[in-house]
Design a protein around this ligand. Structure first.
Ligand code: PLP
Length: 406
């Protein structure tokens, strides 16, 4: 079936903007994607007609809300290949999911234990472990980039494991380089040392089918707002035995079995990790985002984004002074670049004046910037609704501004 990008775009009214008299070309999908009307209409419908708190007793309206939230949990579990529905915990986002694992699972680690991270991590997969290190005295070991400055130095990764290694945590896809890491092999290596793994899937789930059971990930985390869903919702997948062995992360309503001043007992999974009222409307609407992705299909999305990526990179290579960061053969649709020695901010500002919405800066990956010997980049990132015409506008804009920046 032919990929009908115009039909897809009609579902995303948020794309219909202009800046400085130019139609907007939205190329900041790595930061957050736009949301289809199917999701927004569901949010509106639920707010107007079905607002009731979840897990709050016998009222029909509350029961309906609970059923909707739990239907999304089943949908997510089946969608990512989880072994059971109790292994899916709703959080506020990737960041909170990682903080939860670091704070709760991390309680078992002790001084001298080592956690392996990589240099291409987002700050949200670095700082929670640093906080843990401050509390416990664990050490962080970091996998560097290989000589291509795009992929991880796999041999270093292998060699970092020793009998003090207690955990490995790395991204599936880099938010700066677009590199798709060989997570399956990386997990197998960690497991051969008896080490559990957390995979940060924030930049994978919007673009590729993820099967946590096939990967054998111990924890897998992602954010709804990057995959066309509502803001403020995240998922933590964890293997049941690990989640069961972990203490609660936050205390409050819903995460308890019984409370007394003599002692409190915890609810069963998944509720043990879901203290307080969740964003039950957002969670229900996440269901529609998953349905939307499935209605287009990951294979079709991948082919479309890859075609645009190759077309954009080819066009950019012809521009004087263009430096592209991230040339892995397995690359998601993220293009980080600099033009000559121009500051990323100036490039981004000039692109903005032409309606091209990109991201500039360190992209919450300062250690990676340091490894690359730069302060920041301009980042153009694609989604299922971008078009070849938009890439042409992007390339035209780059050709216009490059001489000004030289
Ligand atoms: N991990 C990666 C790879 C990311 O790209 C991001 C956001 O850009 C995050 C984690 C943090 O996601 P959130 O801010 O939704 O928690």
């Amino acid at each position: 079936m032919e990929y009908n990008v115009e039909k897809i775009r009609r579902d995303f009214p948020g794309l219909d903007r202009s800046f400085y008299g130019h139609p907007m070309v939205y190329l900041d999908n790595t930061a957050t994607s736009q949301t289809p009307r199917q999701v927004v209409e569901e949010i509106e419908r639920l707010y107007y007609n079905h607002k009731a708190n979840v897990h709050r007793g016998v009222s029909s309206i509350s029961q309906e809300a609970t059923d909707r939230q739990e239907a999304t949990r089943r949908r997510v579990a089946e969608w990512i290949g989880a072994g059971s529905v109790e292994e899916v915990i709703f959080t506020r986002g990737t960041t909170e999911s990682i903080n939860l694992v670091a704070a709760s699972f991390g309680q078992r680690f002790k001084e001298g234990d080592e956690i392996i991270l990589t240099v291409m991590e987002h700050h949200s997969n670095i700082v929670p472990w640093q906080l843990l290190a401050m509390r416990t005295g664990i050490r962080l070991r970091v996998v560097p980039l290989g000589s291509d400055n795009s992929t991880l130095d796999f041999e270093s990764y292998r060699l970092l494991f020793n009998d003090r290694t207690v955990m490995a945590s790395f991204c599936h896809v880099s938010n700066v380089l677009g590199t798709v890491n060989p997570v399956s092999e990386m997990i197998a290596i960690a497991h051969s040392h008896g080490v559990p793994v957390l995979v940060d899937g924030a930049q994978a789930v919007p673009h590729m089918k993820v099967d946590v059971t096939a990967l054998d990930a111990d924890f897998y985390v992602f954010s709804s707002h990057k995959m066309y869903g509502p803001t403020g919702i995240g998922v933590l997948y964890g293997k049941r035995d690990l989640l069961e062995s972990m203490p609660p992360y936050q205390g409050g309503g819903e995460m308890i079995s019984s409370v007394s001043f003599g002692g409190t007992t915890w609810a069963d999974l998944p509720f043990k990790f879901e203290a307080g009222t969740p964003d039950f409307i957002g969670i229900a609407a996440l269901h529609r985002a998953i349905d939307y992705i499935d209605s287009i299909g990951y294979d079709a999305i991948y082919r479309h984004e890859k075609e645009l990526l190759d077309y954009a990179v080819d066009g950019m290579k012809g521009i004087e002074g263009m430096r592209i960061f991230g040339n892995s053969p397995h690359k998601s649709a993220v293009i980080s670049f600099l033009i000559g020695n121009a500051h990323h901010y100036d490039t981004g500002m000039l692109l903005d004046k032409l309606g091209i919405e990109v991201r500039t800066g360190h992209h919450c990956a300062q250690p990676l910037m340091r490894a690359l010997g730069i302060e920041g980049t301009v980042r153009a990132s694609l989604a299922m609704y971008n078009t070849k015409e938009e890439i042409d506008m992007f390339l035209l804009a780059l050709r216009r501004i490059a001489p000004m920046l030289a």
